[in-house]
Design a protein around this ligand. Sequence first.
Ligand code: PBG
Length: 333
Amino acid sequence: MENQHVLPHRPRRLRQSPAHRGLVRETRLSAENLIYPVFLCGGAGQKQPIATLPGQFRWSADRLVETCADLMTLGIHTVNLFGQSTEKDSRGSSALDPDGLVPRAVRALKAALPDLCVQTDVALDPYTAHGHDGVLIDGQIDNDASLDVLARMAVLHAEAGADWVAPSDMMDGRVGVIRRALDTAGHTRTCILAYSAKYASCFYGPFRGALDAAPLQGPPDKKTYQMDPANREEALREIELDIQEGADAVMVKPAGMYLDVVHAVKQRVHVPVAAYQVSGEYAMIHAAAEKGWIDLPAAMLESVLCIRRAGADMILTYFAPELARTLNESVSR
Ligand code: PBG
């Protein structure tokens, strides 16, 4: 029978079976691309559920070691540590305690799992009573006073064995100051993952619940240091500055609503690009799934795949373990 429609191009031809689709798939997601953000608490034997982040926990260092060993069997080799400090003061002094939560956990992780790649968050908000990422002086977040503290914090983490430090504070010039401080102290191999284009986003809400860290004094929000969600050119400027100052990789945060920024950055730079699927992105997907409005595994996979398609080389996501499990299953099928 003759077909009256002779079409030179039928894009559906390449979609007809899983094999066809696999051959032409443009973006691949692998556990190697993933970084798992984890929350630390004090004490021992602790695994505290986080109300605002279903399926996520605050771990004491001993339990975190066990969890990370499991992660490595799933093919996830990198974690990013956030400490929940109960000793908060106006200057965030507990951030500089060599026996503080984060340095102790880094030492424990590197001793038990030397091949685990450990990144640490460098910012003051979990440690300051006012909840800001920098030092509060006369009602303002003082840029240059913050730099010194952040650099000391980074060196402390490197001394404990951190492979990467990840400044998330958005102070001007901190990448350069941290690089110099690290090199001067002999930590030439410690990488810097710079939160370069970090927006003042409402999607950090569930994270602030997890760490008990929201602005309480001084400016009511973080808009004098985190970026305006309206801006893209400015993101490129921030990224360029951080590269000049010595960032090994640059980050866009949040990820899902900022894919144009991820894409623009990837096109422009020649360092690895990271994107952070933040707590609000994760919590929204969970909430919709709980209501039965969305399929959780499918939404997890699609949301992260699209961040990768936009150009992210590495993706920080709370879905990391679940996602790795799903990816491993689909490989063996
Ligand atoms: C603060 C910090 C935040 C996140 C990472 N580091 C919150 C903030 O800037 O207020 C957010 C992460 C998330 O929402 O998952 N230094």
